[in-house]
Design a protein around this ligand. Sequence first.
Ligand SMILES: [Zn+2]
Length: 232
Amino acid sequence: MYFDSKTRLLVVAAHPDDEVLGCGGTLVKAIEAGAQIAVIFLGEGVSSRFPVGEYNSPEFAQQTAQRKKEAESALEILGIERVRYGKMLCTQFDTHPLLSIVKEIEKEMESFQPTVLFTHNPSEVNIDHRITYEAVEVACRPTRKWIPKEIYTFEIICSGGWKFNPYFKPNIFVDISQYWDKKMEAWHCYEGEARPFPFPRSNEGLKTLANYRGMAVGVEKAEAFCLVRLVV
Ligand SMILES: [Zn+2]
């Protein structure tokens, strides 16, 4: 993983907040090195808090709008301007044909022409994260014109940590010690997502994971990735 002004990095995330949790520090580092970044959120991130099917209330509309605002603020802090918001409901990606999700990703790949792609890893409890990974795998079949040559998966605290038999085995570690404050600043835009420790998405929880990944490679804080494809 190397970033410079020729890097075009596409982040394919299921929900607003996954970009910060999974790779926020790395994105800031990439931008500093001159990379262009685009983010696509395939779905929204609040409907799982509502009873299934009850999405017509003003409260739902308000929370959805709020989450979009939070994402805009977080991306502004990270320094990302290019973003697309999908409409799939949170934890219901399985109600859509995989092909429709694949086509969304293909559309973005064709227009942005990424050299590097970040997405979810499949060892996650959240079904949207798993389906996003599967859709990226299909979208990146090498029969298409614009396929990123480097593809990495990231981890989402909670969803990954709560897996019965986790199998995410990172082999790439990005030192984000210098970018930690920026990551946390962006994270704090997503007000409704944090809860007190020992909930993993707490300040202490996030720091614990960053320190744990950092310890594996002798740095203070790291984000961990798995390289799933590299074409040289
Ligand atoms: Zn998510």
